[in-house]
Ligand binder design. Sequence first.
Ligand code: PHE
Length: 348
Amino acid sequence: MHIKQQIDELEGQAYSELAAAGTFAQLEEWRIRYLGKKSRLTEILRGLAALSIEERKEAGAVSNALKLKLEAAIKQKEESRREIELLSSASRDAIDISLPGRPFVRGRLHPVAQAMNEISDIFTAMGFQVMDGPEVEWDYYNFDMLNMPKEHPARAATDTFWLDAPPNDKGWRMLLRTHTSPMQVRTMEHTKPPIRIVVPGIVHRYEATDATHLSMFSQVEGLAVDEGISMADLKGTLHEFARRFFGPDRRVRFRCDFFPYVEPGAEMAVECAVCRGDGCRLCGGNGWIEVLGSGMVHPSVLEGVGIDSKKYSGFAFGMGIERIPLLKYGVEDIRLFYGSDLRFLRQF
Ligand code: PHE
């Protein structure tokens, strides 16, 4: 057979086998068969020796051209094979984004705890230290040292949960604290001024529960004692607190109030979030909502803990916490906060 014919035949065969080779292994076999050292092409070329110079020249050129063509063909085939491989592995290993995720149950802070933290943070930023005190308290701290001795009418005004326990050797009786103010006394008793503290905590009052009253609720107490503290410091500090907590455009109002352990005493009210002072259902029609009691620490309270009231003065305040999310979100019944109904609590 003429050598050119053999090469043509080989070419046809090579292409049809290449088309049939599907795997990388088959491609490799094909390469050895058609381009390797012992390939059919090499064999054919070996036969060139028997040919004339003219024929050899021609056959050499043809076979070289074929070699180049076959190399290009397998290169292309390998590339497309690799591409297919890549695509199929991508689809095989892909994440099924239509599969519903597993729900991740996250805990959250109770709205009252959130408010307490936020309030503590604001006062911390103003240089106050956060303190903690006992919920089971002596009447000595809850009343006596706050200018409410045994027969004082204010003692009876707050209905107290007394513990069924005998008094101690000093005649102190145990109760559930009716406010966080006993921590004023406890702190001043063992700390020299300057003092700046806030005390978040739970308090109890022997009261019927209704939409706006709870027998257990939370307060944040504040106390600042130093040389030269005045009513202006009280107003400035509490006004700044209100601006940071309720927003800079909310007005506040101070009015006289009475607490036996401060002189003078004041209540602070914040403009109602809903009606801005006009009066609506949330604020009970008067436009302002009382958020805290406050005043200048009474000289006899200072003297009681051994602080010289000629040298030092201070202000104190106590605010109820449950009211605050009530005001912020317009919740109508305060009892919802302690109903443990997650459908309600999860909204905050
Ligand atoms: N203890 C008061 C209350 O329970 C609030 C208060 C604290 C008032 C400190 C004056 C000074 O309402």
